[in-house]
Design a protein around this ligand. Structure first.
Ligand code: SF4
Length: 212
């Protein structure tokens, strides 16, 4: 009986995450976020860009064709419509993005990276120091880190009713090779190239068992 109590105590000590552990994880993520913000500020300063401008360019470089609208940018950045609209206008004025009307619905605007925007992303996003830090991890570590952070993000987004902005391969709508040798989006029924199937999407609906 005595041993049974000790065993139960050991097991519960092992699996219950203490408040101290939670605070440590929160503090680590906060510090990494602060450092990343500060590097984004530095990487954009030569081009007269603020952190939020760098974040918008970074988002536009990764999102798919359904998600490059001002509304999606606003949701992803988590800012107000007015503030995001100002940032988008600045990026257009500086020549980093181009606005384009949707071919089927002229009221919808798409935001495309210009050649200048593409060059900026290639050289500055993620910031050099952050890329160098990631080089210190091996492939397995990087994949595991990405999975764990995604798992945490899913929990946080569920609590905040926020969108996950995941990729097709973990989306409930995804039809792998749904059109013969081409993937298909089950929501829009349109074809998706292999490259598009790894871009982040505003309409993504998380499959229950998979991480992004
Ligand atoms: S399958 Fe899902 S993630 Fe992919 S384009 Fe369609 S809605 Fe977006």
């Amino acid at each position: 009986m005595h041993f049974k109590i000790i065993f139960v105590k050991l097991v519960s000590t092992r699996y219950n995450i203490s408040s101290m552990d939670k605070a440590r994880v929160a503090s680590l993520i906060e510090r990494i976020g602060n450092l990343l913000r500060s590097e984004e500020r530095a990487s954009g300063s030569d081009s007269g860009l603020q952190t939020v401008h760098v974040q918008i360019l970074g988002y536009l470089s990764q999102c798919n064709r359904y998600s490059n609208t001002p509304a999606a940018v606003t949701e992803f950045i988590g800012s107000t419509k007015g503030t995001t609209s100002q940032s988008i206008n600045i990026l257009e004025k500086k020549g980093f993005i181009n606005k384009r009307s949707d071919e089927e619905d002229g009221r919808v605007i798409h935001l495309d990276l210009s050649d200048k925007g593409e060059r900026f992303i290639k050289n500055e996003f993620p910031p050099y120091e952050f890329k160098a830090a990631l080089d210190g991890l091996n492939k397995n570590d990087t994949e595991r880190l990405s999975q764990l952070l995604t798992k945490l993000l899913i929990q946080l987004q569920r609590k905040n009713n926020g969108k996950l902005f995941g990729v097709c391969h973990t989306c409930r709508h995804f039809k792998k090779f749904g059109l013969d040798d081409t993937h298909q989006c089950g929501l829009t029924l349109e074809p998706l190239s292999e490259k598009e199937s790894y871009q982040i999407c505003r309409e993504h609906v998380q499959l229950p068992e998979k991480a992004v």
